[in-house]
Design a protein around this ligand. Structure first.
Ligand code: HEC
Ligand code: HEC
Length: 434
């Protein structure tokens, strides 16, 4: 009785007094798009089908796999040309690198996720395609699904390898989407599934890549909704689900440790962009500080806003399922959750002492040389340090373990085993395995 009461008091002080209103944390069905089983089933096939890649050798699932918590489990993805899955993926034949970590897809169907990618370059109405973006996309997830297929390193391939890659190299996105639609129109099973799922598709020639993107988005929103964590249950009044340590961790998270200044709201993100000094590893996004021209930097949000004040800012990630989604950071620099938290508590020290050996990067000497260039350079490190927004915070080891315990309470156990989101065949007949 007293035990329960203590918890209840902690609950009340934590969520009702310290914060304006507990309602801001409650997730309901209204936050997600309504179920549409036909679109979801079609989207599930498309998500796993290598038919959407130029060389027919990679699918969305390769980098967002249920066996790697809807990411790929490595620091930087190994795109087209790679063989195998996740930590076992072989990079020997890749020609181009992907510069950022493949994020998990949990809860992205929730209406508050209006901005996608680490730098927020996709929103429902704005995207890198500008005026070329077709009409009819249902939500930001659908807008996003238009782009991986137009990326040379991710899915399209290199100029000369296939006609989709050629169109990508010319910046002709409309041609990429038309060619993919043409592929789908030739597969009878897909034609049937599209006609069944969409009122405006009555024959093969009505299928566009926009339909495919809407179906993929529908699948992602439903399959990766994970909103029954102990945190959610606690908010609904089931106080027994949380351990004492998790409650201590929550009080730290929403108090002394100041995590909730950025990791706020129902999904532990303010949906904004902040500079916290994560080490820059990998090939970079082509950005250059004054005096450099190798392109191994990544200016983050500045790439979208063109405002130098946004340099090295990245989107605050949602912390739902975060204990499963390593490596962490926009480039997967940290492969240990405790290290990621320690980084926040003293970013300058962590950045200066960062050891790249903890990152999961391709074991190719030629690539390794490139991956360490930016971080090894003291001037470049200093530029990242100058942008850092957080001041050091001192916590005891016990407090750090409590915080980690709280992060565990953000895990919906129904989303640990994601086999239900996988398929064992696809309508194109292409192999699913590598
Ligand atoms: C080669 C690996 C790779 C493939 C293949 C791939 N992605 Fe991604 N995905 C990434 C990376 C890397 C990012 C982050 C890029 C960035 O922020 O600049 C990303 C970002 C996303 C996001 C945004 C997540 C967020 O939190 O903002 C979604 C959604 C997504 N991918 C879905 C898809 C879909 C759908 C497909 C197939 C059409 C796909 N991806 C194919 C690597 C991949
Ligand atoms: C100033 C805003 C801010 C504060 C305060 C903050 N974070 Fe973060 N956090 C971020 C941003 C931004 C990222 C992503 C950085 C990147 O990818 O470069 C991040 C990333 C993370 C990640 C990795 C998530 C992932 O998917 O890669 C974890 C875990 C995390 N934060 C936990 C915490 C904890 C615990 C605290 C409190 C001790 C905290 N954060 C305080 C902004 C903040």
């Amino acid at each position: 009785m007293t035990w329960k009461l203590t918890k209840k008091i902690a609950f009340i002080s934590l969520f009702t007094i310290k914060l304006a209103s507990a309602n801001e944390f409650l997730v309901t069905d209204q936050d997600f798009p309504p179920d549409n089983v036909k679109m979801e089933n079609l989207g599930k096939f498309l998500f796993y089908d290598k038919i959407l890649s130029g060389n027919e050798d990679i699918s969305c699932a390769t980098c967002h796999h249920p066996f790697a918590a809807s990411g790929d489990g490595i620091s930087l993805p190994i795109g087209t040309g790679g063989i195998g899955l996740g930590v076992m993926r072989n990079p020997n034949n890749i020609k181009k690198r992907v510069a950022r970590n493949s994020p998990h897809l949990f809860n992205l169907g929730a209406s508050e996720f209006t901005t996608l990618f680490h730098d927020g370059r996709v929103t429902k109405l704005v995207s890198p395609a500008g005026d070329d973006l077709p009409l009819g996309l249902d939500n930001p997830l659908a807008v996003q699904a238009m782009f991986p297929v137009t990326s040379d390193a991710e899915m399209a391939g290199e100029k000369g390898e296939n006609t989709i890659a050629d169109a990508t190299a010319e910046g002709n996105l409309i041609s990429v989407w038309q060619q993919l639609a043409a592929r789908l129109q030739q597969i009878d099973e897909y034609v049937y599934l599209f006609i069944d799922a969409f009122a405006d598709v009555n024959a093969a020639e009505d299928i566009t890549y926009v339909h495919a993107a809407n179906a993929i988005a529908s699948f992602e929103a439903a399959a990766f909704r994970c909103t029954n964590s102990p945190f959610d249950q606690y908010l609904r009044g089931n106080y027994d689900v949380a351990s004492e340590q998790q409650i201590r961790g929550a009080i730290l998270f929403y108090g002394k440790a100041q995590c909730s200044t950025c990791h706020s709201g129902a999904f532990q993100t303010d949906q904004k962009f902040h500079a916290i000094g994560i080490p820059q590893i990998g090939p970079g996004k082509g950005d250059n500080l004054p005096g450099y021209n190798d392109g191994h930097d990544d200016f983050g949000r500045e790439r979208v806003t063109k405002d130098a004040a946004d340099r090295f800012k990245f989107r605050t990630p949602s912390l739902r399922q975060v204990t499963m989604t390593g490596p962490w950071g926009h480039d997967g620099a940290y492969n240990d959750l405790e290290q990621m938290i320690l980084h926040h508590l003293n970013p300058v020290k962590a950045l200066n002492n960062y050891d790249i050996r903890q990152a999961l990067l391709p074991s190719r000497t030629d690539l390794h040389k490139i991956d360490i260039i930016a971080h090894q350079d003291q001037k470049r490190r200093q530029a990242i340090i100058d942008a850092i927004e957080i001041n050091p915070i001192k916590l005891t080891d016990q407090e750090i373990y409590d915080l980690i315990a709280f992060l565990h309470a953000l895990t919906d156990v129904n989303c640990i085993d994601l086999r239900r989101t996988a398929v064992n065949r696809v309508p194109s007949g292409l192999p699913i395995r590598d």
